[in-house]
Structures are given as C-alpha cells and as structure tokens.
Ligand binder design. Structure first.
Ligand SMILES: [Zn+2]
Length: 265
C-alpha cells in the first residue's frame, strides 16, 4: 500500500513538472507575443533546444543551470516553475487519497493551480497579467467549481449566490483600491485577477484568499524593506501574493469554515 501510494505521488510529480515546463512556455511566449508552437531556443545564443535539454528540473540540474551551447545562465524561473508544477500535482493528488475516482476535483485543483502559476510568474517577472487568458480561465474554472459543488450536494441557489457575491465583493474591493490610490497600490491587472478569483472560488473562500494575500504580501514587503532589497514606494507585484492566497483558500477554506461554524454556534 505504501509503495503504491509513493509511486502514484512520484508519477503525479513527474506529470506536474511537465505541466510546469508548459506553464513556463505559456508565460514566456505570452510575454513575447510569440507562437505557442515551435521548438524552444536559448534566449542568449538562439540554439534550438533538444529533447535532452527539455527534461523538467533534471536538465537544469545536469547542465548546472547553464546553456550547453553558450554557457550563459538559464533563468531560475524555469526550474522553479517546474518544481511548482510538480508540487501542485503531488498536493492535488495527496489531498484526495485514498484515491477513489475523485478526478474531477483533483484535476480542477491541479489545473487551476497551473493557471495561477502562469499569472504569478508573469506578474513577478514583468509586471504583466494576461487579461484575456485570465478571463478565459475565470469562465472555465468558475463553471467547473460550481459543477463540483452541485455534485457535492450543495443547493444550486446557495452556489449561484456564493459565486455572484464572491465576484462582486472581490471586484469592488480591488476596484476601490485602484481608484482611491490612483492606481498606485494595485494595477488594473490585479483588479481583473481578483474578479476571476472571486468568480472561481466564490464567497466566503475568496475572502480568505484576499486575507491570506495581504498577510503574505505585507510580510514579504516589510521583509524586503527591512533588508534594503527595495526602497520605500517601490513597486511590488501583488499577483504572486493573490495567487498563493487563492491556493491556500482553495485548500483550507472548507476546514476554516467548519472550524468557524463549530466555534461560533
Ligand atoms: Zn545559449
């Protein structure tokens, strides 16, 4: 039993790393506005990458983080996002063990995680958020989550209100900050991302997501200031905190709700 579980998780990790590699390609080619198809190449010397250069994580370790043709450094984004994809797959799988056909929810958690990973990377590296892609993901994953909740036996009107309120609260909260701060605290991309998270997670889960995002974002910003890595008033991307907050809310919101219900009734 232990060996089977271990094998399933290792396999999940390998598949997750491959999707992490795909998330890198999507993020970079969306940033460059280049085609999703066609072989990848070294950004420095334009050498085409071979299959042996494309094994997630392993290739990077094997090449000691450098291009085999020109010897220049490969951006740390590649292995980090591949590890991120592997972790998302392992966590999505492990959360639903013993495995008994929970594919719809496992795949939802995994692919929503991969989408969030793409948004995180683009905002962290280039202060860019792909609005069309976020809206597309928002439509797909909110419908998917609503179907999961119907299948779990929740009433349709409760689910509908939850997602409408989640969308409305998250959007207006970020839109207000955007207006009040004259676009300084949050960018328009963050407003779009918050709207998508509200629609996908629903209320109250999106409330937890935003709460976690502020704790995480605030802690990291204070740490960056105190260690003089950034100056006061510097621009810090907020989508990384929001996406991590959304993951935490997706994983823990049901537990937190159960705990609150127990504590306050
Ligand atoms: Zn090169």
């Amino acid at each position: 039993m232990f060996i089977t579980t271990l094998l399933i998780l290792v396999l999940a990790g390998v598949i997750g790393a491959v999707f992490g590699s795909f998330a890198n390609v999507v993020a970079i080619r969306t940033h460059d506005s280049s085609s999703l198809w066609g072989r990848s190449e070294c950004v420095h010397c334009k050498a085409k990458l071979h299959v042996r250069h494309l094994v997630p994580i392993i290739s990077w370790l094997w090449q000691k983080g450098r291009c085999t043709d020109c010897g220049k450094k490969i951006h740390i984004q590649y292995p980090l996002v591949e590890v991120g994809g592997a972790l998302l797959a392992v966590i999505s799988m492990a959360r639903h063990m013993p495995f008994d056909g929970q594919w719809p929810i496992i795949l939802f958690e995994f692919f929503f995680g991969i989408a969030l990973l793409i948004f995180l990377v683009m905002d962290a590296r280039w202060f860019e958020l792909p609005v069309e892609m976020m809206v597309g993901a928002g439509v797909i994953f909110s419908l998917w989550n609503m179907l999961l909740r119907v299948a779990a036996g929740e009433s349709v009107s409760v689910i509908a209100w939850s997602h409408v309120i989640g969308f409305a609260v998250a959007t207006s909260f970020f839109l207000l900050q955007w207006i009040v701060s004259g676009k300084r605290w949050v960018g328009s991309g963050d407003v779009w991302l918050a709207a998508v998270l509200g629609a996908v997670l629903g209320w109250p889960a999106v409330g937890f997501a935003v709460y976690f995002a502020y704790i995480l974002g605030g802690t990291v910003a204070v740490w960056l200031l105190l260690s003089h890595k950034i100056k006061t008033g510097a621009r810090v991307p907020f989508a990384p905190a929001l996406t991590v907050g959304a993951l935490a809310a997706m994983w823990w919101a049901p537990w937190i709700m159960a705990w609150l219900n127990y504590a306050f009734t």
